[in-house]
Design a protein around this ligand. Structure first.
Ligand code: PLP
Length: 462
Protein backbone atom coordinates (compact mmCIF):
# COMPACT_ATOMS: atom_id res chain seq x y z
CA UNK A 1 0.00 0.00 0.00
CA UNK A 2 1.52 3.29 -1.04
CA UNK A 3 -0.10 6.49 0.21
CA UNK A 4 0.39 9.97 -1.07
CA UNK A 5 1.14 12.38 1.73
CA UNK A 6 1.06 16.12 1.63
CA UNK A 7 4.14 16.96 3.63
CA UNK A 8 3.16 20.62 4.07
CA UNK A 9 -0.14 19.60 5.58
CA UNK A 10 1.61 17.10 7.84
CA UNK A 11 4.08 19.59 9.17
CA UNK A 12 1.39 22.25 9.76
CA UNK A 13 -0.61 19.71 11.74
CA UNK A 14 2.43 18.70 13.71
CA UNK A 15 3.20 22.31 14.60
CA UNK A 16 -0.37 22.90 15.70
CA UNK A 17 -0.34 19.89 17.99
CA UNK A 18 3.03 20.88 19.45
CA UNK A 19 1.66 24.34 20.10
CA UNK A 20 -1.45 22.88 21.73
CA UNK A 21 0.51 20.54 23.98
CA UNK A 22 2.91 23.31 25.00
CA UNK A 23 0.09 25.76 25.74
CA UNK A 24 -1.87 23.25 27.78
CA UNK A 25 1.29 22.28 29.64
CA UNK A 26 1.89 25.92 30.58
CA UNK A 27 -1.68 26.27 31.76
CA UNK A 28 -1.30 23.24 33.99
CA UNK A 29 2.05 24.40 35.37
CA UNK A 30 0.78 27.88 36.17
CA UNK A 31 -2.51 27.00 37.78
CA UNK A 32 -1.34 27.21 41.40
CA UNK A 33 0.02 30.72 40.92
CA UNK A 34 -2.96 32.42 39.34
CA UNK A 35 -6.19 33.70 40.90
CA UNK A 36 -8.94 31.13 41.02
CA UNK A 37 -11.70 33.16 39.41
CA UNK A 38 -11.19 35.29 36.29
CA UNK A 39 -10.99 39.08 36.62
CA UNK A 40 -13.74 41.37 35.35
CA UNK A 41 -11.55 42.16 32.36
CA UNK A 42 -11.08 38.50 31.53
CA UNK A 43 -14.85 38.14 31.54
CA UNK A 44 -15.34 41.19 29.34
CA UNK A 45 -12.84 39.76 26.88
CA UNK A 46 -15.17 36.81 26.33
CA UNK A 47 -17.15 39.24 24.19
CA UNK A 48 -14.42 38.84 21.56
CA UNK A 49 -15.81 35.38 20.83
CA UNK A 50 -19.03 37.01 19.66
CA UNK A 51 -18.84 37.23 15.92
CA UNK A 52 -21.04 36.04 13.11
CA UNK A 53 -20.40 32.51 11.88
CA UNK A 54 -17.41 33.08 9.61
CA UNK A 55 -17.80 32.59 5.91
CA UNK A 56 -14.23 31.73 5.15
CA UNK A 57 -12.19 28.92 6.69
CA UNK A 58 -9.85 29.94 9.51
CA UNK A 59 -6.25 29.08 10.18
CA UNK A 60 -6.19 26.38 12.93
CA UNK A 61 -3.06 27.87 14.55
CA UNK A 62 -4.67 31.32 14.74
CA UNK A 63 -7.89 29.82 16.07
CA UNK A 64 -6.00 27.99 18.77
CA UNK A 65 -4.11 31.12 19.73
CA UNK A 66 -7.33 33.07 20.07
CA UNK A 67 -8.87 30.33 22.17
CA UNK A 68 -5.94 30.40 24.56
CA UNK A 69 -5.72 34.19 24.73
CA UNK A 70 -9.38 34.76 25.46
CA UNK A 71 -10.39 31.42 26.88
CA UNK A 72 -7.62 30.41 29.29
CA UNK A 73 -7.87 33.50 31.53
CA UNK A 74 -11.65 33.09 31.71
CA UNK A 75 -11.50 29.58 33.14
CA UNK A 76 -12.10 28.82 36.79
CA UNK A 77 -8.90 27.37 38.21
CA UNK A 78 -10.65 24.20 39.30
CA UNK A 79 -7.55 22.12 38.74
CA UNK A 80 -5.54 24.11 41.26
CA UNK A 81 -5.67 23.46 44.97
CA UNK A 82 -7.93 26.31 46.08
CA UNK A 83 -11.20 25.73 44.30
CA UNK A 84 -13.81 24.63 46.83
CA UNK A 85 -16.96 25.17 44.79
CA UNK A 86 -19.79 22.66 44.34
CA UNK A 87 -18.19 19.23 44.69
CA UNK A 88 -15.66 19.63 41.91
CA UNK A 89 -12.39 17.78 41.74
CA UNK A 90 -9.58 18.69 39.34
CA UNK A 91 -8.29 16.26 36.79
CA UNK A 92 -5.57 13.83 37.86
CA UNK A 93 -2.41 14.03 35.71
CA UNK A 94 -2.91 10.45 34.51
CA UNK A 95 -6.49 11.18 33.44
CA UNK A 96 -5.52 14.37 31.67
CA UNK A 97 -2.73 12.66 29.76
CA UNK A 98 -5.04 9.79 28.79
CA UNK A 99 -7.67 12.30 27.75
CA UNK A 100 -5.22 13.98 25.37
CA UNK A 101 -4.45 10.70 23.71
CA UNK A 102 -8.12 9.74 23.65
CA UNK A 103 -8.79 13.08 21.95
CA UNK A 104 -6.33 12.13 19.26
CA UNK A 105 -7.96 8.70 18.97
CA UNK A 106 -11.40 10.34 18.60
CA UNK A 107 -13.19 7.07 19.17
CA UNK A 108 -16.93 6.60 19.09
CA UNK A 109 -17.55 4.45 22.15
CA UNK A 110 -21.09 3.46 21.22
CA UNK A 111 -20.32 -0.03 19.98
CA UNK A 112 -17.41 -2.43 20.30
CA UNK A 113 -17.06 -2.57 16.55
CA UNK A 114 -16.59 1.20 16.50
CA UNK A 115 -13.90 1.15 19.16
CA UNK A 116 -12.58 -2.09 20.59
CA UNK A 117 -10.32 -0.28 23.05
CA UNK A 118 -13.10 1.97 24.39
CA UNK A 119 -15.42 -0.99 24.90
CA UNK A 120 -12.70 -2.98 26.62
CA UNK A 121 -11.62 -0.23 29.03
CA UNK A 122 -15.23 0.57 29.86
CA UNK A 123 -15.77 -3.01 30.96
CA UNK A 124 -12.57 -3.05 33.01
CA UNK A 125 -13.40 0.22 34.72
CA UNK A 126 -16.97 -0.73 35.60
CA UNK A 127 -15.64 -3.87 37.28
CA UNK A 128 -13.12 -1.82 39.27
CA UNK A 129 -15.73 0.70 40.37
CA UNK A 130 -18.08 -2.04 41.51
CA UNK A 131 -15.29 -3.63 43.50
CA UNK A 132 -14.05 -0.35 44.97
CA UNK A 133 -17.54 0.65 46.09
CA UNK A 134 -18.25 -2.79 47.54
CA UNK A 135 -21.30 -3.34 45.31
CA UNK A 136 -22.66 -6.79 44.45
CA UNK A 137 -20.67 -8.83 41.97
CA UNK A 138 -22.44 -9.09 38.66
CA UNK A 139 -23.72 -5.50 38.71
CA UNK A 140 -23.95 -4.04 35.25
CA UNK A 141 -23.48 -0.43 34.44
CA UNK A 142 -22.83 2.31 31.99
CA UNK A 143 -20.57 5.32 31.65
CA UNK A 144 -22.66 8.45 31.24
CA UNK A 145 -22.13 12.19 31.39
CA UNK A 146 -22.92 12.85 35.02
CA UNK A 147 -24.81 11.82 38.14
CA UNK A 148 -27.97 13.47 36.84
CA UNK A 149 -27.94 11.18 33.80
CA UNK A 150 -26.87 8.25 35.95
CA UNK A 151 -29.85 8.89 38.22
CA UNK A 152 -32.06 9.09 35.14
CA UNK A 153 -30.72 5.83 33.69
CA UNK A 154 -31.13 4.02 37.01
CA UNK A 155 -34.66 5.30 37.46
CA UNK A 156 -35.50 4.24 33.91
CA UNK A 157 -34.19 0.76 34.78
CA UNK A 158 -36.25 0.71 37.98
CA UNK A 159 -39.34 1.84 36.10
CA UNK A 160 -38.82 -0.85 33.50
CA UNK A 161 -38.29 -3.63 36.05
CA UNK A 162 -41.17 -2.75 38.36
CA UNK A 163 -43.64 -2.31 35.51
CA UNK A 164 -42.47 -5.52 33.83
CA UNK A 165 -43.23 -7.34 37.08
CA UNK A 166 -46.72 -5.83 36.89
CA UNK A 167 -47.11 -7.16 33.35
CA UNK A 168 -46.50 -3.84 31.60
CA UNK A 169 -43.84 -3.15 28.97
CA UNK A 170 -43.05 0.52 29.47
CA UNK A 171 -40.55 0.61 26.60
CA UNK A 172 -43.31 -0.31 24.16
CA UNK A 173 -46.41 1.09 25.80
CA UNK A 174 -45.13 4.12 27.72
CA UNK A 175 -46.42 5.55 30.97
CA UNK A 176 -49.99 6.39 29.91
CA UNK A 177 -52.30 3.80 31.39
CA UNK A 178 -49.44 1.97 33.11
CA UNK A 179 -49.96 0.63 36.64
CA UNK A 180 -48.94 3.50 38.94
CA UNK A 181 -45.57 3.40 40.67
CA UNK A 182 -44.86 5.28 43.89
CA UNK A 183 -41.68 7.25 44.28
CA UNK A 184 -40.32 8.03 47.73
CA UNK A 185 -37.46 10.46 48.36
CA UNK A 186 -35.90 12.12 51.38
CA UNK A 187 -36.68 15.73 52.18
CA UNK A 188 -33.10 16.72 51.33
CA UNK A 189 -33.11 14.92 47.99
CA UNK A 190 -30.68 16.33 45.42
CA UNK A 191 -32.35 18.38 42.69
CA UNK A 192 -30.91 16.06 40.04
CA UNK A 193 -33.12 13.20 41.27
CA UNK A 194 -36.15 15.44 40.77
CA UNK A 195 -35.00 16.32 37.28
CA UNK A 196 -34.37 12.64 36.52
CA UNK A 197 -37.84 11.78 37.81
CA UNK A 198 -39.41 14.36 35.56
CA UNK A 199 -37.44 13.10 32.55
CA UNK A 200 -38.54 9.55 33.31
CA UNK A 201 -42.19 10.55 33.32
CA UNK A 202 -42.77 10.34 37.08
CA UNK A 203 -43.20 14.04 37.69
CA UNK A 204 -41.23 16.08 40.17
CA UNK A 205 -44.16 16.58 42.48
CA UNK A 206 -45.90 13.25 42.31
CA UNK A 207 -43.83 11.73 45.06
CA UNK A 208 -43.69 11.16 48.80
CA UNK A 209 -41.07 13.05 50.75
CA UNK A 210 -39.71 11.54 53.92
CA UNK A 211 -38.71 13.79 56.78
CA UNK A 212 -34.97 14.28 57.20
CA UNK A 213 -33.01 15.08 60.36
CA UNK A 214 -30.93 18.20 60.95
CA UNK A 215 -28.05 16.76 58.87
CA UNK A 216 -30.35 15.90 55.97
CA UNK A 217 -30.48 12.15 56.68
CA UNK A 218 -33.71 10.37 55.83
CA UNK A 219 -35.49 9.21 58.98
CA UNK A 220 -36.28 5.48 58.70
CA UNK A 221 -39.04 5.80 61.32
CA UNK A 222 -40.84 8.20 58.96
CA UNK A 223 -40.82 5.90 55.93
CA UNK A 224 -44.26 5.28 54.45
CA UNK A 225 -45.39 1.74 53.69
CA UNK A 226 -43.68 0.51 50.55
CA UNK A 227 -44.53 -2.28 48.16
CA UNK A 228 -43.31 -3.94 44.98
CA UNK A 229 -44.43 -0.86 43.03
CA UNK A 230 -42.30 1.57 45.05
CA UNK A 231 -39.04 3.22 44.10
CA UNK A 232 -37.19 4.57 47.10
CA UNK A 233 -34.35 7.04 46.45
CA UNK A 234 -31.73 7.36 49.16
CA UNK A 235 -28.55 9.36 49.35
CA UNK A 236 -24.90 8.63 50.07
CA UNK A 237 -23.40 12.04 50.74
CA UNK A 238 -25.69 15.05 50.93
CA UNK A 239 -24.37 17.76 48.63
CA UNK A 240 -24.47 20.31 51.46
CA UNK A 241 -23.62 18.45 54.66
CA UNK A 242 -22.00 15.29 53.29
CA UNK A 243 -24.38 13.24 55.49
CA UNK A 244 -25.36 9.67 54.60
CA UNK A 245 -28.83 8.19 54.90
CA UNK A 246 -28.90 5.22 57.30
CA UNK A 247 -28.87 2.76 54.43
CA UNK A 248 -28.67 -0.53 56.30
CA UNK A 249 -31.87 0.09 58.18
CA UNK A 250 -33.70 1.63 55.22
CA UNK A 251 -32.65 -1.07 52.75
CA UNK A 252 -33.75 -3.84 55.13
CA UNK A 253 -37.20 -2.25 55.44
CA UNK A 254 -37.48 -1.65 51.70
CA UNK A 255 -36.43 -5.19 50.84
CA UNK A 256 -39.02 -6.75 53.14
CA UNK A 257 -41.65 -4.78 51.26
CA UNK A 258 -40.32 -5.52 47.78
CA UNK A 259 -39.39 -1.93 46.86
CA UNK A 260 -36.59 -0.90 44.49
CA UNK A 261 -33.93 1.16 46.25
CA UNK A 262 -31.89 3.63 44.22
CA UNK A 263 -28.82 5.34 45.66
CA UNK A 264 -27.72 8.83 44.65
CA UNK A 265 -24.07 8.56 45.64
CA UNK A 266 -22.59 11.18 43.35
CA UNK A 267 -19.55 11.68 45.55
CA UNK A 268 -20.26 10.10 48.94
CA UNK A 269 -20.24 6.48 47.77
CA UNK A 270 -16.48 6.72 47.21
CA UNK A 271 -15.99 6.91 50.98
CA UNK A 272 -16.41 3.12 50.83
CA UNK A 273 -12.80 2.90 49.65
CA UNK A 274 -11.34 4.33 52.86
CA UNK A 275 -11.22 2.08 55.94
CA UNK A 276 -11.63 5.26 58.00
CA UNK A 277 -14.88 6.29 56.37
CA UNK A 278 -16.35 3.06 54.99
CA UNK A 279 -18.66 2.73 58.00
CA UNK A 280 -20.65 5.60 56.47
CA UNK A 281 -21.42 3.65 53.30
CA UNK A 282 -22.49 0.46 55.04
CA UNK A 283 -25.82 -0.84 53.79
CA UNK A 284 -25.80 1.01 50.47
CA UNK A 285 -24.65 -2.20 48.78
CA UNK A 286 -28.08 -3.63 49.62
CA UNK A 287 -29.73 -1.32 47.08
CA UNK A 288 -30.79 -2.11 43.51
CA UNK A 289 -29.14 0.74 41.62
CA UNK A 290 -26.50 3.41 42.14
CA UNK A 291 -25.44 6.66 40.51
CA UNK A 292 -22.02 8.16 41.03
CA UNK A 293 -19.47 10.51 39.50
CA UNK A 294 -15.80 9.87 38.92
CA UNK A 295 -15.36 13.59 38.11
CA UNK A 296 -16.09 14.46 41.74
CA UNK A 297 -14.05 12.82 44.49
CA UNK A 298 -11.92 10.52 42.30
CA UNK A 299 -10.73 13.54 40.28
CA UNK A 300 -11.10 12.02 36.85
CA UNK A 301 -11.71 14.68 34.21
CA UNK A 302 -15.20 15.52 32.91
CA UNK A 303 -17.48 14.01 32.10
CA UNK A 304 -17.39 10.80 34.06
CA UNK A 305 -20.77 9.76 35.43
CA UNK A 306 -21.46 6.12 36.25
CA UNK A 307 -24.69 4.15 36.61
CA UNK A 308 -24.72 0.68 38.15
CA UNK A 309 -27.65 -1.71 38.41
CA UNK A 310 -27.76 -5.01 40.26
CA UNK A 311 -30.10 -6.62 37.76
CA UNK A 312 -28.33 -5.80 34.52
CA UNK A 313 -31.32 -6.93 32.48
CA UNK A 314 -33.36 -4.04 33.88
CA UNK A 315 -30.79 -1.52 32.65
CA UNK A 316 -30.35 -3.21 29.29
CA UNK A 317 -34.11 -3.48 28.72
CA UNK A 318 -34.57 0.18 29.55
CA UNK A 319 -31.70 1.26 27.27
CA UNK A 320 -32.41 -1.15 24.42
CA UNK A 321 -32.23 0.11 20.87
CA UNK A 322 -32.79 -1.89 17.74
CA UNK A 323 -31.75 -1.30 14.19
CA UNK A 324 -30.04 -3.76 11.91
CA UNK A 325 -26.91 -1.65 11.69
CA UNK A 326 -26.60 -1.41 15.47
CA UNK A 327 -26.44 -5.16 16.08
CA UNK A 328 -24.11 -6.09 18.90
CA UNK A 329 -21.02 -8.26 18.79
CA UNK A 330 -22.39 -10.76 21.29
CA UNK A 331 -20.25 -9.14 23.98
CA UNK A 332 -21.05 -6.19 26.23
CA UNK A 333 -21.95 -3.16 24.13
CA UNK A 334 -21.50 0.29 25.74
CA UNK A 335 -24.55 1.91 24.14
CA UNK A 336 -26.86 -0.86 25.34
CA UNK A 337 -26.22 0.34 28.89
CA UNK A 338 -26.78 4.08 28.69
CA UNK A 339 -29.15 6.69 27.26
CA UNK A 340 -26.50 7.88 24.81
CA UNK A 341 -25.37 6.29 21.58
CA UNK A 342 -22.38 8.13 20.11
CA UNK A 343 -20.12 9.39 22.83
CA UNK A 344 -16.53 9.89 23.85
CA UNK A 345 -14.49 7.03 25.24
CA UNK A 346 -14.96 7.81 28.94
CA UNK A 347 -13.42 4.53 29.99
CA UNK A 348 -10.01 5.72 28.86
CA UNK A 349 -9.59 8.62 31.31
CA UNK A 350 -11.33 6.64 34.03
CA UNK A 351 -9.03 3.69 33.56
CA UNK A 352 -5.91 5.86 33.69
CA UNK A 353 -7.10 7.89 36.68
CA UNK A 354 -8.20 4.94 38.77
CA UNK A 355 -5.09 2.96 37.87
CA UNK A 356 -2.88 5.87 38.86
CA UNK A 357 -4.55 6.09 42.27
CA UNK A 358 -5.18 2.48 43.09
CA UNK A 359 -7.19 1.65 46.18
CA UNK A 360 -4.57 3.21 48.44
CA UNK A 361 -4.30 6.43 46.48
CA UNK A 362 -8.05 6.88 46.31
CA UNK A 363 -8.38 6.15 49.99
CA UNK A 364 -5.66 8.62 50.89
CA UNK A 365 -7.19 11.27 48.61
CA UNK A 366 -10.49 10.84 50.43
CA UNK A 367 -8.91 10.93 53.87
CA UNK A 368 -6.73 13.93 53.01
CA UNK A 369 -9.64 16.02 51.71
CA UNK A 370 -11.72 15.13 54.78
CA UNK A 371 -8.82 16.19 56.99
CA UNK A 372 -8.64 19.53 55.14
CA UNK A 373 -12.39 19.99 55.65
CA UNK A 374 -11.89 19.49 59.38
CA UNK A 375 -9.14 22.13 59.36
CA UNK A 376 -11.52 24.59 57.71
CA UNK A 377 -14.28 23.83 60.21
CA UNK A 378 -11.94 24.24 63.19
CA UNK A 379 -10.61 27.50 61.77
CA UNK A 380 -14.13 28.90 61.32
CA UNK A 381 -15.20 27.86 64.81
CA UNK A 382 -12.05 29.24 66.40
CA UNK A 383 -12.75 32.59 64.73
CA UNK A 384 -16.24 32.54 66.25
CA UNK A 385 -18.27 31.55 63.20
CA UNK A 386 -20.95 28.91 63.20
CA UNK A 387 -20.38 25.67 61.32
CA UNK A 388 -23.84 24.43 60.45
CA UNK A 389 -23.11 20.76 59.75
CA UNK A 390 -21.40 17.84 61.41
CA UNK A 391 -18.29 17.65 59.24
CA UNK A 392 -18.43 13.92 58.54
CA UNK A 393 -16.57 13.99 55.24
CA UNK A 394 -15.33 16.77 52.94
CA UNK A 395 -18.19 19.30 53.14
CA UNK A 396 -18.31 22.32 55.45
CA UNK A 397 -21.18 24.80 55.83
CA UNK A 398 -20.32 28.03 57.57
CA UNK A 399 -22.45 31.03 58.47
CA UNK A 400 -20.85 34.42 59.05
CA UNK A 401 -23.91 35.86 60.77
CA UNK A 402 -27.06 37.03 59.02
CA UNK A 403 -27.96 35.91 55.51
CA UNK A 404 -26.92 39.31 54.23
CA UNK A 405 -23.50 39.22 55.85
CA UNK A 406 -22.88 35.63 54.80
CA UNK A 407 -23.75 36.47 51.20
CA UNK A 408 -21.49 39.51 51.30
CA UNK A 409 -18.60 37.40 52.56
CA UNK A 410 -19.18 34.84 49.80
CA UNK A 411 -19.11 37.60 47.17
CA UNK A 412 -15.96 39.07 48.71
CA UNK A 413 -14.23 35.67 48.67
CA UNK A 414 -15.17 35.09 45.06
CA UNK A 415 -14.01 38.55 44.04
CA UNK A 416 -10.73 38.29 45.94
CA UNK A 417 -9.63 35.31 43.85
CA UNK A 418 -7.35 33.55 46.33
CA UNK A 419 -9.83 30.71 46.58
CA UNK A 420 -13.41 30.04 45.50
CA UNK A 421 -16.38 28.91 47.58
CA UNK A 422 -20.06 28.94 46.73
CA UNK A 423 -23.18 29.72 48.67
CA UNK A 424 -26.14 27.60 49.66
CA UNK A 425 -29.14 27.64 51.94
CA UNK A 426 -29.17 24.88 54.52
CA UNK A 427 -32.53 24.25 56.17
CA UNK A 428 -33.45 27.90 55.93
CA UNK A 429 -30.05 29.32 56.79
CA UNK A 430 -27.66 30.98 54.32
CA UNK A 431 -24.23 29.44 54.31
CA UNK A 432 -20.95 29.38 52.49
CA UNK A 433 -20.15 25.88 51.37
CA UNK A 434 -16.58 24.62 51.34
CA UNK A 435 -16.13 21.37 49.47
CA UNK A 436 -12.62 19.97 49.57
CA UNK A 437 -12.65 17.59 46.65
CA UNK A 438 -9.38 18.06 44.81
CA UNK A 439 -6.32 15.84 44.93
CA UNK A 440 -4.27 19.03 44.41
CA UNK A 441 -5.26 20.78 47.64
CA UNK A 442 -2.34 21.03 50.07
CA UNK A 443 -2.16 22.12 53.70
CA UNK A 444 -0.65 25.38 52.48
CA UNK A 445 -3.66 25.92 50.18
CA UNK A 446 -6.00 25.38 53.11
CA UNK A 447 -4.03 27.71 55.36
CA UNK A 448 -3.90 30.50 52.78
CA UNK A 449 -7.58 30.10 51.92
CA UNK A 450 -8.71 30.03 55.54
CA UNK A 451 -6.64 33.12 56.35
CA UNK A 452 -8.14 34.94 53.38
CA UNK A 453 -11.74 33.97 54.15
CA UNK A 454 -11.42 34.99 57.79
CA UNK A 455 -9.80 38.31 56.89
CA UNK A 456 -12.58 39.09 54.39
CA UNK A 457 -15.25 38.03 56.89
CA UNK A 458 -13.81 40.40 59.48
CA UNK A 459 -13.71 43.22 56.91
CA UNK A 460 -17.32 42.64 55.88
CA UNK A 461 -18.48 42.61 59.49
CA UNK A 462 -16.48 45.71 60.43
C1 PLP B 1 -23.23 16.61 42.35
C2 PLP B 1 -24.39 15.78 42.72
C3 PLP B 1 -25.34 15.37 41.78
C4 PLP B 1 -25.30 15.83 40.34
O1 PLP B 1 -24.11 15.54 39.74
P1 PLP B 1 -23.82 15.93 38.22
O2 PLP B 1 -22.63 15.13 37.88
O3 PLP B 1 -23.57 17.39 38.22
O4 PLP B 1 -25.01 15.57 37.42
C5 PLP B 1 -26.35 14.54 42.20
N1 PLP B 1 -26.44 14.15 43.47
C6 PLP B 1 -25.57 14.53 44.43
C7 PLP B 1 -25.73 14.04 45.82
C8 PLP B 1 -24.51 15.36 44.07
O5 PLP B 1 -23.62 15.74 45.00
Amino acid sequence: MKLETDSDELSRRDELLQQAAETARKYVQGIGKRRVSPTERDLENLGKFREPFPNAPGDPAEIFKKLDEIGSPATMATTGGRYFGFVNGGTLPASLAANWLAGAWDQNAALRVMSPVAAELEEVVLGWVCEALGLPQGCEGGLVTCATTANFAALAAARHALLARAGWNVADDGMFGAPPLDVVVGDEVHASILKALSLAGFGKKRLTRVEADDQGRMRPDKLPRLNERSILCIQAGNVNTGAFDPAAEICALAREQGAWVHVDGAFGLWAAVSPKFSHLTKGFEQADSWATDAHKWPNVNYDSGIVLVKDGRALRSAMAISAAYLEGSGRREPMYHSPESSRRARGVDLWAGLKSLGREGLSSLIERTCEHAKTFAEGFRRAGFEVLNDVVINQVLVSFGSAEITEKVIRAVQRDGTCWCGGTVWQGKSAMRVSVSSWATTEADVELSLETILRLAREVRA
